[in-house]
Write a protein that binds this ligand. Sequence first.
Ligand SMILES: Cc1ncc(COP(=O)(O)O)c(C=O)c1O
Length: 484
Amino acid sequence: VDRQNPTLLFRQLYEGLRAAILTQRLRAGSKLPSSRELAQELGVSRNTVTAAFEQLLTEGYVTMKRGSGTFVASEVPDELLRTSNNAVVLGKAKRTARTISQRATLLAQLPASAAELPHKPRAFQPGLCAIDEFPIETWARLTSRRLRRMPRTALDYHDAVGWQALRAVLAGYLSAARGVQCEAANIIIVAGSQHGLDLAARVLLTPGATAWIEDPGYTGARGALLGAGATLVPVPIDEQGIVVSKGAAGAPQARVVYVTPSHQFPLGVVMSLARRLELLEWAAGAGAWIIEDDYDAEFRYAGRPLAALQGLDRAHRVLYLGTFSKVLFPSLRLGYLVVPPDLVATFRAVLAHTAYHAPLLEQLVLTDFITEGHFARHLRRMRALYAERQDMLVAAAKKELAGLLDVQPNEAGMHLLGWLPKGSKDKRAFQQALAYNVYAPPLSFYCDRAKLRPGLLLGYTSVSNEEIRRGVRRLRQALATPQT
Ligand SMILES: Cc1ncc(COP(=O)(O)O)c(C=O)c1O
């Protein structure tokens, strides 16, 4: 044994003996020294030797006969004794390519967000809700009540598309609050929108098929569609939303269109009614599917929200996606897909062979949280809080950032866009801000082909008023430094 070697002594001994057995330096049936003798000889504790022997015994390399000692097993499998296998076990195999899938290679190459997880600093991380405000005591009470009262059958496997009672309350909520056409039967509970996107992409796209993606757009959607082998076609956004005519001209064969009509991510544009109808008509004619990501629709501070695009769809071409990451908390990992009724059976089958269902306990607690009124109450509180935080950010930016960053209010959402002076580089400004402990991702990070004015995203929902003021002051210091 080598005491300089970081590998545990018992492990070294075990590996040495195993190698000796596999290379037949220790012959089948031969007797090993007793643990006491070996410990003395090697200058290690007896426990070390016993642990190595026990590991060899568990794996079938040795047998133990009570009273007479430890012997090399007579039936070490033949294939283990062949030299090629020995080489693998002994770490002497020749190096061969360690190939992974194209899909994994592609996803690993996507630019990752520079955010530290869990998020630090919070100012001005986009898309993160006020986790400090979540009524965790209520959640704890509902969880322990469920755990105490639920029947043992709750521990069994369940329907892959989710807990029926949760699907039923969601059907009520989505039709009343968002104008979604749905029943419990066509709602599928998923582990957050990212899982919903991955699942929808697997169901709708054959590798090589084309998908339109908003440009600028949500990187999570890019990843999920690319992961399914899609060829992505970036489609620009104007003041009415995705420019359908550009998509139709450039990629008429697309199978899937990913959109955020309520509040385009990251520009914040609300898709106009005319554009919604144009998109639905195009999709119905082309036989394409639309994935409507309604990630932050609950946060509207002024004006009436437009109902979901899915509510206008008569051709059953829209899959509506929502998440609890923004309204409750992101580590809950629960969301939902509303799918056309004729696709439910396929989704159930695909789920049964991939993720299966989301954890049941969380689904049960969430059902209670909604039906007992806590959800509506929390949402009301957060809406008021976020409206106040947005006002605070706009006011602080007006006072501190004049000439450096133009921050305009928005009627909805969880972040604002700050426009940098023409000619500046937003990636550079992002790095400057990071040096001052402010996280404000550059707009260009979300662009594919789009060439937009340089800007920064400023998430305000998870940031207290005091942190907003401090963050804005730090941002001023960062941006006042001339760009080189
Ligand atoms: C456009 C968009 N969709 C969805 C999500 C939510 O993702 P998830 O439900 O996987 O947490 C986000 C979060 O940042 C988002 O920005």
